[in-house]
Design a protein around this ligand. Structure first.
Ligand code: S3P
Length: 443
């Protein structure tokens, strides 16, 4: 084992995981609740907000732009918004920390206001591409004043007279779509986004919930055409944030690969555009039961009962990537414990996440004795139903690599150590405590 760095953590082979837990609120919905609340005149109440670093950065940003944001209790927040186009120029640079979602959505929200703002983030976020977002926002009328090579830090001047556009993103990205729709709120007439592959639709759903005129129609085989009527008067609303399926994925896979486990995950959101991992694991032979399906805050949710399962390798088609884009690192761990080969296709976008996740996943598995190949944008994992473990995993400022490695250690023969767990707080505060409450040996 490496030195006793307080940010490091080691996962050891654990007995069956048992218990019933609720993971924190959905990150995507939490960012959007704060942003749309800030673009509404009046008071929006949010219940179950994810109080993670990423989301708190978004809260600070909308506050710096003139909205009133108050915490009234655990997960209970109120936002007094300034209305569409009503943001005021911030006095300082907006810091989005590690969060691509917060940054890109807020670029969209600011681009529809006649102000300039500087956007910045941590070393991971400074490496991520922003040009893909800036390009359509410039078509609407925003200007990028300073930026090196389309990266942060950058200063954006919002459009004085926003023009509605028809935008066909070249990458399947909900962040990109959402940024354009948020700018489009300020434009007169109809802003249209045409996706060839549908991505998570929380922005569209929440805009409709706040009273915007938005039409969503199928487009082609897998896509959608989204048309937003500009300059709506958004009405304040109550928002209930369901449990985040991307966080639930960690205890879920931990229970699957730790023999004899039985865990119930309460109230997990099962929006079809987020449910790719559950579908994939069920194809792999996972015992996952939906106990009580219901509706919360406009989303389908269910309690999931998960039992330790013998998994088998499968092929995961590229078309499934948008519905499970954040879940590949933990799927790769499940694939290592499956019998047989799992091929995950079309993972190009993983190279520009919080870290180069494609490389990070391969390194994580190899460090723990699992055979992996990367061929172009495809990852092949040769599962043998078990893993040696014993690896020391570099997390590269990436919360999902850190949590995936720790889950792996719970079922590996030798312990798995991660170098730095601080970034887990960007999405899943309380991860280690929640896992320990189920019986995970994390020290
Ligand atoms: C998100 C969209 C996804 C996802 C991210 C959250 C969102 O990013 O990876 O964690 O809330 O819109 P891309 O849109 O860049 O794929």
């Amino acid at each position: 084992m490496h030195s006793a760095d307080p940010t490091s953590l080691t996962a050891r082979r654990s007995g069956p995981l048992k218990g019933r837990v609720r993971v924190p609120g959905d990150k995507s919905i939490s960012h959007r609740a704060l942003i749309l609340g800030a673009l509404t005149v009046g008071e929006t109440r949010i219940c179950g907000l994810l109080e993670s670093e990423d989301v708190l950065h978004t809260g600070d940003a909308v506050r710096a732009l003139g909205a009133r944001v108050e915490r009234c209790g655990a997960g209970e927040w109120r936002v007094h918004g300034v209305g569409v186009g009503g943001f005021a120029a911030p006095e300082q640079a907006l810091d989005f920390g590690n969060s691509g979602t917060g940054c890109r959505l807020m670029l969209g929200a600011v681009a529809g206001c006649p102000i300039a703002a500087t956007f910045d983030g941590d070393a991971s976020l400074r490496r991520r591409p922003m040009r893909r977002v800036l390009e359509p926002l410039e078509r609407i009328g925003a200007h990028t004043l300073t930026s090196s090579d389309g990266r942060l830090p950058l200063t954006l001047a919002g459009a004085r007279e926003p023009i509605p556009i028809v935008f066909e993103p070249q990458v399947a990205s909900a962040q990109l779509k959402s940024a354009v729709l948020l700018t489009g709120l300020s434009a007169p007439g109809e802003t249209v986004v045409i996706e060839t592959e549908a991505t998570r639709d929380h922005t569209e759903k929440m805009l409709a919930h706040f009273g915007a005129g938005i039409r969503v129609e199928p487009h082609g085989e897998l896509g959608r055409r989204i048309a937003l009527a500009g300059q709506p008067e958004l009405q304040p609303q109550a928002i209930v944030v369901p449990a985040d399926p991307s966080s639930a994925a960690f205890p879920l896979v931990a229970a699957l690969i730790t023999p004899g486990s039985e865990v119930i995950l309460d109230g997990v959101m099962l929006n079809p555009l987020r449910a790719g991992l559950v579908a994939t694991l069920i194809e792999m032979g996972a015992a996952i039961e939906r106990l009580e399906t219901r509706n919360e805050g406009g989303e389908e949710i269910a309690d999931l009962r998960v039992r330790g399962s013998a998994l088998r390798g499968i092929e995961v088609p590229a078309a499934r990537a948008p519905a499970m884009i954040d879940e590949y690192p933990i799927l790769a761990v499940a694939a290592a414990f499956a019998e047989g080969t799992t091929v995950m296709r079309g993972l190009k976008e993983l190279r520009v996440k919080e870290s180069d996740r494609l490389a990070g996943m391969a390194a994580l598995l190899r460090a723990n004795g699992v055979a992996v190949d990367i061929d172009g944008d495809d990852l092949t994992v040769r599962g043998r139903g078990r893993a040696a473990g014993g690896g020391f995993v570099a997390t590269h400022m990436d919360h999902r690599i850190a949590m995936s490695a720790l889950v792996m250690g719970l079922a590996s023969r030798q312990p798995v150590q991660v170098d730095d767990t601080t970034f887990i707080a960007t999405s899943f505060p309380g991860f280690a405590e929640l896992m320990r409450s189920l019986g995970a040996d994390l020290r």
